[in-house]
Design a protein around this ligand. Structure first.
Ligand SMILES: Cc1cc2nc3c(=O)[nH]c(=O)nc-3n(C[C@H](O)[C@H](O)[C@H](O)COP(=O)(O)OP(=O)(O)OC[C@H]3O[C@@H](n4cnc5c(N)ncnc54)[C@H](O)[C@@H]3O)c2cc1C
Length: 584
């Protein structure tokens, strides 16, 4: 066999953006707008415009526009929904920036959102909010947003590296960021992109749970890369479960996909297996309670055995009138019909499904991180939502902070930064890491990966999911250690050694990152000995007093040992027990 050349191809660019969701594309457009002379490159694991979760946004985009609503009200809903754990300056940036970004999306980028007869933008109800403020295009809002963003990026001279997977950040000999090692999925060839500024916008994505919603290209790659770089990740125990994932049996990938929150907002009912409505037993807001409350209620019903044939509960919309449901939720009705369910007139089986990571890389309002030259935006970042994200605040987060990141990077390049030369030993080490599955050693059956994935899904669902306790967390920690050993020993079988589009190899890389980030989730969950928002422990059920709120911050040392610290929340704008919204 001819010797393979592992020397990465080299490329130089001013700004390298990892990820092409709302955060990555907004960053590219705003950096370009700030300085069209910049050389900007977007590297994305999938196809630009066709991958990631922004495209999957169904419900919509939260923004205070309507008379009677206010950014203060949006802010307070975000802080109270997040159980006083959000970084208040980040949350304020979110709610103020959302107003500008929605105008840009509609008036400059050409998004058609739904309108009222008087011409104003229609805003619908979403759970956990005191005002109907969710802008939408039917129930397929993300497709509208991402298509318009992609067109704008295509029309500018922004370089695209599609089906390129980021593997690791590469430092120079002094320890400063020099660029990123990627692999071209189509050929298996390594590429080193030397960049003056790098944006991490790979979109997190809790795809380590049995039931999950995010797109298949997301495997927490960016978070694992940040961890390996030694950056702190905050609030990682805060994993949001969407209460209503479609449950259509374990043999279809449709299981776990989201049936949007607007269904409950519009008056949908949740029924146990016997057809009895149960949410009033858990919360006065019934089906419109926040996601954590509804998910826990469903999980409790499931554990008590009051389930549907596939082991979940029912979502029922028929009492609202089938024609109306079809008109308002066409996408949802069609999705359910594909799986044999009648959402408009009948009942659909649902299960809570891992949806969003509130945790991520610690960052500042201008999207800078601890590492000079590295910026973060979107779901890879932590601190905006605290213990719970309001539905509709996710896409607002990625677009608002994506735009800020683009502007910050352009400004940063105007005053600083030359290209830095990568330390070749670090580059070689990163290549060797990615090559683990090809390394010498007895080959493994590809089914081993399937077993690792199944074990990961089940262990995280059982012991680090909606309801947690100390013994279960210790158990899942041991399972993760064992899975990490299995992955380190995994060697591609002879029939799966072609590097081009090697799904098995990428599966192993995905699982490696998922196991690393799962360990962080578990470590943070072990450290948080109270219940707060999305994090609920049966051995510490009491909620934390907001006034003494601490957030978790996890870091990995060079030998991958995790340390966790607890840091006080800075109530920079409003103290617990107070509000920025004053009764009139
Ligand atoms: C089904 C569903 C419905 C949702 N509905 C709503 C809603 O109604 N309202 C709301 O506010 N939020 C919603 N969300 C959440 C929202 O989609 C996300 O919070 C937001 O879009 C994330 O944007 P992002 O740019 O950070 O990441 P994404 O849009 O997910 O983009 C991540 C990008 O990174 C790329 N990538 C990943 N790994 C790598 C790698 N190693 N190298 C290079 N590229 C990589 C991906 O291919 C992708 O292009 C929903 C999410 C899902 C899954």
């Amino acid at each position: 066999m001819k010797d393979l050349d592992f020397t990465p191809v080299r490329l130089k660019t001013d700004i390298l953006i990892l990820g092409a969701g709302g955060a990555g594309l907004f960053a590219a457009l705003h950096a370009f707008q700030n300085n069209p002379a910049l050389d900007i490159t977007i590297a994305v694991k999938g196809l630009l415009g066709k991958c990631g979760c922004t495209r999957m946004v169904q419900g919509g985009y939260n923004v205070a526009l309507a008379p009677g609503d206010s950014i203060e009200r949006h802010f307070m809903d975000t802080i109270e929904g997040g159980k006083w754990l959000p970084d208040q300056d980040l949350a304020w940036t979110l709610v103020t920036g959302a107003v500008e970004r929605i105008r840009e999306l509609e008036n400059e980028l050409g998004c058609f959102f739904d309108h009222n007869p008087d011409g104003t933008i229609h805003q619908k109800a979403f759970a956990g909010q005191t005002f109907d403020r969710t802008v939408h295009k039917g129930d397929l809002t993300g497709i509208e947003i991402i298509n318009r963003l992609a067109e704008q990026v295509w029309s500018r001279g922004i370089r695209r590296l599609e089906e390129h997977r980021a593997l690791d950040f590469i430092l120079d000999a002094e320890g400063a960021l020099a660029g990123v090692l990627l692999v071209d999925v189509r050929t298996g060839r390594y590429l080193f992109v030397q960049a003056k500024a790098v944006l991490l916008a790979t979109g997190g994505g809790p795809t380590m749970y049995r039931f999950h919603t995010p797109s298949g290209d997301k495997s927490c790659d960016g978070l694992a890369m940040a961890l390996r770089l030694g950056l702190p990740l905050r609030d990682m125990e805060m994993v949001q479960f969407h209460p209503t994932g479609l449950l259509a049996g374990l043999d279809t990938r449709m299981t776990g996909t989201v049936l949007e929150e607007g269904l409950r907002g519009a008056g949908g009912h949740l029924l146990d297996g016997a057809g009895v409505r149960f949410m009033a037993n858990y919360d006065a807001q019934t089906e419109r309670a926040t996601r954590d409350v509804v998910s826990r209620a469903i999980f409790t019903e499931m554990r008590a055995g009051r389930t549907t044939p596939n082991g979940g509960v029912y979502l029922s919309m028929g009492h609202l009138g089938a024609a109306d449901v079809l008109r308002k939720f066409k996408g949802m009705v069609e999705r359910c019909a594909d799986c044999g369910f009648d959402l408009a007139a009948g009942r659909v089986e649902v299960v809570p499904t891992a949806h969003y990571m509130m945790g991520g890389v610690e960052f500042a309002r201008d999207c800078t991180t601890e590492r000079a030259g590295l910026f973060v935006a979107g779901e890879d970042s932590g601190g905006v939502h605290g213990a719970n994200r309001l539905g509709g605040n996710g896409v607002a987060n990625s677009t608002v902070f994506g735009a800020i990141a683009g502007e910050t990077m352009a400004t940063w390049l105007a005053v600083e930064r030359a290209f830095r030369e990568p330390d070749v030993s670090k580059l070689a080490a990163a290549v060797a890491r990615a090559e683990t599955a090809f390394a010498p050693g007895p080959t493994t059956s590809a089914t081993v990966l399937e077993e690792i994935r199944e074990t990961l899904y089940q262990a995280m669902w059982d012991d680090a999911g909606i309801v947690r306790e100390g013994q279960g967390l210790a158990r899942v920690a041991r399972v993760l250690d064992h899975l990490a050993e299995g992955l380190a020993a995994f060697r591609l079988p002879a029939e799966a050694r072609d590097r081009a589009f090697n799904v098995t190899w990428h599966d192993a890389l995905n699982l490696d990152n998922l196991v690393s980030v799962s360990r962080v989730i578990v470590r943070a969950a072990q450290a948080r000995k109270n219940s707060c928002g999305a994090h609920y422990r049966t051995d510490f059920p009491d909620p934390v007093d907001p006034a003494s709120s601490l957030y978790t911050s996890v870091r990995a040392s060079s030998d991958a040992k995790l340390t966790v610290s607890a840091k006080p929340v800075d109530f920079s704008r409003v103290q617990p027990g107070h509000s920025l919204v004053h009764a009139t």
